[in-house]
Design a protein around this ligand. Structure first.
Ligand code: SF4
Length: 344
């Protein structure tokens, strides 16, 4: 039967815009703890999701979707949620040495929008909030993390625990371009303050630092200053690197938004996914100088948690610093200092 009236009008209407549809899938999980390559600051990583809806233009982790025969853009639209993790995680922790540092959220954001609904990160934190004596880290650029302040504070009392908020820029307009669906930088900085108030060691990383876009002294200084003002304890950043799947998204983005940088970006990344040693060294020096300006540490804060696994043994072997505080040298790699995580 031919369409009539409003049905006919609707069928003939021109498409103005299609709202982005994100699909979520549950993916079977054989192992939650993934071993890292040597020389990484953590021995194990946990990523509760594959894919990330925040869709940062520079995201290096897009390659992971290519393993599933999906393209670099599907990384933002097809999100794979790992099976409920509690049982598997407890099993894997039982055969993992406690001196092995574990990081949550190294490849995809553990507080991306899917977490509101599927709560896999929270389930993982619930396991660690009943554990003691682990060396843990968590990386995010979402203020959703404050939903879990209760668990995060408890984990920090029982384990050496460092949280890192990623803030690439404090320029809201630039952040919107680079990280179109991530929470605003100001919201992330407010999360830093709340985490400190909950007794969690928290730092800010301006990662990845992008040549000509976020790497100026002024740009990095403004992130470090804001981090310091919001109570962050650490500041450390590394340069952009672009595996081929990431290049497919980032290089066209640079051509569109930063045409004056396009030729230099193509040249820098045509033969190598990493920037040159000379650039990395100069950048590391700039970050070090800025960090010292605000009295921030690099990397991981080591401290003695209030409740520690080997409490009795450590009472025997604990060392007292010159101010008489007990400090604990943990097995964490790349420690910047050994200190008692100051309470707010
Ligand atoms: S938040 Fe992290 S994982 Fe997610 S898109 Fe951005 S860089 Fe990638």
């Amino acid at each position: 039967m031919p369409l009539v009236g409003i049905a006919r009008l609707a069928s003939q209407s021109e498409l103005l815009e299609a709202k982005r549809a994100v699909e979520y899938f549950e993916i079977p999980t054989r192992s939650l703890l993934n071993r890292t390559k040597p020389n990484m600051p953590f021995r194990w990583t946990i990523n509760p999701y594959r894919g990330c809806e925040f869709g940062c233009k520079y995201c290096y982790a897009r390659y992971a979707h290519e393993f599933m025969e999906l393209d670099a853009y599907a990384f933002e639209d097809k999100i794979y949620v790992k099976e409920p993790p509690e049982f598997l995680l407890r099993q894997e922790l039982a055969r993992t040495p406690k001196a092995d540092p574990i990081a949550i959220g190294t490849a995809t954001d553990p507080y991306q929008p899917a977490e509101r609904r599927f709560r896999r990160t929270r389930a993982i934190l619930e396991v660690f909030a009943r554990e003691k004596g682990w060396h843990l880290g968590l990386i995010t650029k979402s203020d959703l993390i404050v939903r879990d302040l209760d668990l995060l504070g408890e984990i920090a009392r029982r384990n050496v625990f460092n949280v890192h908020l990623t803030v690439t820029t404090v320029d809201e307009k630039l952040a919107r371009l680079l990280e179109p669906r991530a929470p605003r930088p100001q919201l992330r900085l407010q999360a830093v303050r709340k985490l400190r108030s909950a007794g969690v060691c928290v730092g800010v990383n301006p990662n990845p630092i992008m040549p000509g876009i976020t790497d100026s002294e002024r740009a990095l200084d403004s992130v470090a200053r804001a981090a310091h003002e919001h109570g962050a304890l650490t500041f450390g950043g590394g340069p952009l690197y672009l595996p081929s799947a990431a290049q497919k998204v980032f290089l066209p983005f640079v051509e569109r938004e930063f045409p004056h940088l396009a030729a230099r970006y193509h040249k820098a990344f045509e033969a190598n996914i990493h920037l040159s040693r000379a650039y990395k060294d100069a950048l590391a020096e700039r970050v070090r100088r800025i960090r010292e300006r605000y009295g921030l540490a690099s990397g991981i804060i080591e401290y003695r948690p209030e409740l520690w696994a080997e409490e009795e043994q450590m009472d025997l072997f604990g060392v007292a610093d010159e101010e008489g505080r007990d400090t604990l040298k943990t097995g964490c790699n790349s420690p910047s200092s050994t200190t008692t995580c100051p309470k707010s």
